[in-house]
Design a protein around this ligand. Sequence first.
Ligand code: SF4
Ligand code: SF4
Length: 792
Amino acid sequence: MTTRIPLTQFVVKMHSRCDLACDHCYVYEHADSSWRTRPKTVGDEILAKAAERIGEHAAAHRLPAVRVVLHGGEPLLAGPDRLRRAAEELRAALPPGCALDLRIHTNGVLLSRAFCELFAELGVRVGISLDGDRAANDRHRRFADGRSSHPQVLRAVALLREPAYRHLFAGLLCTIDVENDPVAVYRALVELQPPAVDFLLPHATWDDPPKRPSTLGPTPYADWLLAVHELWEADRRPFAVRTFESVHRTRRGFSSLTESLGLEPSDLAVLETDGTFEQADSLKTAYDGAPATGLNVFEHTLDDLAGHPGVAARQSGLAGLCGTCRTCPVVRSCGGGLYAHRYRSDDGGGGFDNPSVYCGDLMALINGVAAYGGAVAVPAQNAAPVVPAALADHQLDELARGYGSADTVHALGRSQLALTRAMLAAAWDASGQGRAEAWSLLAALDVAAPAAVDAVLAHPYARAWAARRLAGDLGTGLGPLAALAAAAAVRAARGDAVAVPVRGGWLHLPTLGRLALPDGEAVVTGTADGLSVRACDGTVRTLLDEPLRRVRLAGGWTVALEDVDPLRDSHAHAVSARLSGGELLDWTGALRESWELLGRDLPGYAEGIRAGLTTVTPLRPGPAGRDVSSAARQAFGAVGIARPATAPTLALLLAHEFQHVKLGAVLDLTDLYDRGDDTLYFAPWRPDPRPLEGLLQGTYAHLAVTEYWGTRTLAYDGLPGEAADRARREFALWRRYTAEAVERLAGSGALTALGLRFADGMRATVAPWLAVPLPAAAERAADRARREHAAV
Ligand code: SF4
Ligand code: SF4
């Protein structure tokens, strides 16, 4: 059995019992009673097999990351040895290049320093359930003998707030009770400075609806959440709230961050302590046995599970919703709410084919949150900065240092792909939805052959086209959209056909190449044998005249030399024409040599370059051999370069430009600075003042430049010669420039809290370089160069 949508989130039940007896617990107090017959603790064999299943699934689908949540009951009851075993088995089973986001969700009662040490060692982040202030928490979260659990939970949160463990603190999970005071709940939570809070609607169905006290209005859950939202906005969003952020994101065409909102397919699976696979835990609220799949970890793969009708039903987006939801004005944000909340057992309702039992609340909540407009506010200065969900805290910190592992750059790539999808949809919408046939094909392939669509949409100039259309550049028409659909059809090889306009004598298929054809309309068919193109004059062609050429580099990765895509003119410099055979050979040699040099001189940067650099676009040389290179802000993964005279210079240009590529993607995800700031800033290396983003971009790029010269300086280690002297001079100059630029940024007053943290990271990278002793001659040369720059 094959899966259409791979699973990437796994809940592993470590223990099936709990030391609390919360009366709102969906595990023990709702319809499903399967916990009674399950082993208390998950066994070693099951853990090992589960890790193997997740690893094979990640490898088969080339997943860049998976999230695993160690859960319960209360997972800490499983004990440190079992938790260690789970973490180690999971890490060992994942294929290279697949990151593990490992978390534990606990009630906190047993959380101790020893557990925190263990989680720090194993890289496990901790989420804690807490319903607010003492009165709110005591309403439900009590021990079986009625005692409050509040003091123990506060002690657990205090542990996680200690500097040694702060990075482990994933956030708080707060189940709403509308009889709790939302203001008191919010104030109690904000005081704990969590990085995130998930506000959860209590699980309910049409059979067992949520309580709606007569003293409150018709949408008490929306009213409660909107009261919190107002405080949260007034405090300038001191922590992340996925529910609120998802409303803003889905309204702008981005994905939801939570399964309880939006139209994204569910990609979550649950493993119980007896080794059986279940669907989402929330289904326990629907009816006894509702989450069951009949599958287990020993006999079934995760592809089997993803193909289970119950899982598939939660993956069908708009088409899987009831008629009321499909025509609802807020369906893109709401998505019918959490699947379990749609359940109704009577004949007329038909299982899950209903709006959510929270329908009115969801509608009011979405409209209320949307009324704020969704502008991203600057976090309060003294609050813990919130890293967006697409990046883990450590990934942002790694990028701030100038680097970026393969996992981190892949995470940036995924967020860019999502952005490209949203921008293409917006561009198509704004165009009046022309070329509907091409758009429908792209949408159909996105379901049937997502890898083919991903490969085409990851092409850097796909987004560049959407950006230009959205900016009002209509010169490109909708032809590039049709060409994207055609290229995806060729890659999918399912026999789909689509008409593509031919202009200027060329039909261009992104990521593939181009054919010389008469202007008009050509029909491209993707077949099992490749492509078939019927030109407007009736001739049929099956081969590209000018295929996109790729250079294979040491280590087995390839980079495209893009010299055919008409949209490569998105770079700020004139692009080169199709490379001749000789030029191609020169480029191939230079790229291979420069890649070797990057591995040697900039190993901390090379891994990220390999993970994210897909395309080198040859540019025309500058006047008098001046080096020319650029990164286009809207073309993630591409750098434009005029081939320089030497491979070391090419290596330096690749590293420099790829810094811009990474930072551009970070800036799409985060607000590092106040975008309303219109002050101009001098960069130490330029005579003209620039906006803050220009200074930030330049500083970030020069982190790599400084390190390059630093490693060259160390390699020469006091040796004489012009090459060694030049390395020392450049190092002396660029370490000084970069350090000054970091301080200028930090002192600008325009950085957000997250931006200040980013500047801290850059400073931490520059500081050790400043301590490297250099000959006085190198420092004097740097002084001279500095004066000359200032005088220009
Ligand atoms: S702590 Fe969680 S699992 Fe335990 S009883 Fe409370 S809600 Fe249920
Ligand atoms: S608000 Fe109601 S009708 Fe609209 S999508 Fe959500 S559940 Fe469906």
